[in-house]
Structures are given as C-alpha cells and as structure tokens.
Design a protein around this ligand. Structure first.
Ligand code: G3P
Ligand code: MG
Length: 235
C-alpha cells in the first residue's frame, strides 16, 4: 500500500510548501499530494484554499493576485517560519530526478479557473517529467474529463466526498481511471467492487490506527496521510 504525503507532510511542516514537500522526499513517501490554483496572471500555485487567510499572512482570494504579489506573503506563518507559496514548476523541479509520484489536485470545484487544465499540461510537458509519475484528481469531475481528453496517458482520479450511485459506470462516463474517496464516505463493498474492476482506490485522509487497519485489510492501492513516518510505523 503506497503512502502519499497530503499537502506535503502537513502534520510537521506548513502545508503545501517546499519544506513540506522536501520532508515527504526525506521520509520516503511514495507520492506527494498538492492542490493547484490559478493566479490572476495565469500562473499555477500550490495552496489548499481559494483564500489566503488560513495558511498565510495575506488576505483575499488567490485568484485576485499576480504571482509576484502572492510571493510576498508568508505561507509558513503558522509555524513561525518563512515560506513562499510555491509554483507547480518549482515542485516539478524538486522531484524531477526522484521516483516519487505527484498527485495534482486541481481545485476547480469552487472557482472554475478557465484554462487551468491546459496550463497544467503545458507545465508538465515543459518540465519533461515522466507522465506515469503524474496523477490528476479533482472534486470537479469535468476537469478530469478534460485532462483525460488532452492526455489520455496520464492517470485521472475522481475525488469523492459523498456516496455516488454506480461508481464503475460513472467512472467510465467521466473517462476517469481511479477513485480517491473520503475514508468515511465509502463502504467496504464499494471498495471491493472497484478492486474487482481493477480500479485503483486511494482513500483520504488516514489519521487513525483503525482507519489504517481498514485500508490494509481492504488492500487499497494507496492512502493519503499527513505524516509519512506515522504511516510507516502504523502499517
Ligand atoms: O486529495 C485528497 C485530499 O487532498 C482532498 O481533499 O480538501 O484535503 O484537498 P482536500
Ligand atoms: Mg487536496
């Protein structure tokens, strides 16, 4: 069972920062999950929320600032350290010579960020990273559909925060390859059914020993965790 560092190792470092991503590499994560937004001037930045208040010393919408303006804010403020909001390009450069996978969660479920899908594909192509190391996901399944149309060879997962009727049929309809469900919003039977169809399942976010035990018993493909070393000790 593979372990993805959720927003980097967010239990120990400021989430979605280079230091959180570096710790994922240093602690042997199989993958890094991060959240992608579009700036006012069309740049791709890694931050979870549409707004700046929770994780930085800035305020307002990410989409209302240019990249240069965003770079003035501190994304390490909750840990009393200095961190800039990273770009997707910086993360791709960090992992280029490693084998770790990257799960790019495209945050188009609140703001549509028109054109973000092609911007992401362009950035990945310029970075020259092996496409098998990239894994797209989104709560906006239209985004996954678009990405799969542009690059059918790159895996695309639907994120699920609630139950969905006929998951296997729906995945085919969207053109998606895999499912990233909230751990408490999917049944054992649904997971078994997906596995029977060879559809990878990667629940988020595993925080307790009992959730870990359940994922191990069900032999899910991977899990999202906030602390890779905790996951290694617990599994
Ligand atoms: O991709 C798993 C997880 O990150 C989805 O939820 O809100 O943490 O981005 P969220
Ligand atoms: Mg996410």
């Amino acid at each position: 069972m593979k372990r993805f560092a959720h927003r980097g190792v967010m239990a120990l470092r400021p989430e979605n920062t280079m230091s959180a991503f570096r710790l994922a590499l240093d602690t042997g994560a199989d993958g890094i999950e991060t959240d992608v937004h579009l700036t006012k001037d069309g740049e791709l930045v890694l931050i979870h929320d549409e707004t700046l208040e929770r994780t930085t010393d800035g305020s307002g919408m990410v989409s209302s600032y240019t990249l240069n303006e965003l770079r003035r804010f501190n994304a390490g403020v909750r840990y009393s350290q200095q961190e800039v909001i990273p770009t997707l390009q910086e993360l791709l450069e960090l992992v280029r010579d490693e084998s770790i996978r990257l799960n790019l969660e495209v945050k188009t479920d609140v703001l549509r960020y028109e054109g973000i899908e092609s911007r992401i594909i362009d950035t990945i192509e310029v970075a020259g990273i092996d496409p098998s190391r990239i894994l797209f996901s989104s709560f906006n399944h239209e985004t996954i559909h678009r990405l799969k149309q542009m690059r059918p060879d790159i895996e695309g997962a639907i994120l699920l925060a609630q139950p969905l009727y006929d998951l296997v049929g729906y995945l085919k309809f969207v053109g998606a390859d895999s499912v990233h469900p909230h751990i408490n919003r999917i049944t054992d039977q649904e997971i078994e059914c997906l596995k029977q169809h060879d559809i990878p399942v990667r629940p988020y976010t595993i925080k307790t020993a009992s959730e870990m035990k359940r994922c191990l018993a069900l032999q899910v493909d991977a899990i999202f965790v906030n602390d890779i070393e905790w996951a290694s000790k617990t599994s």
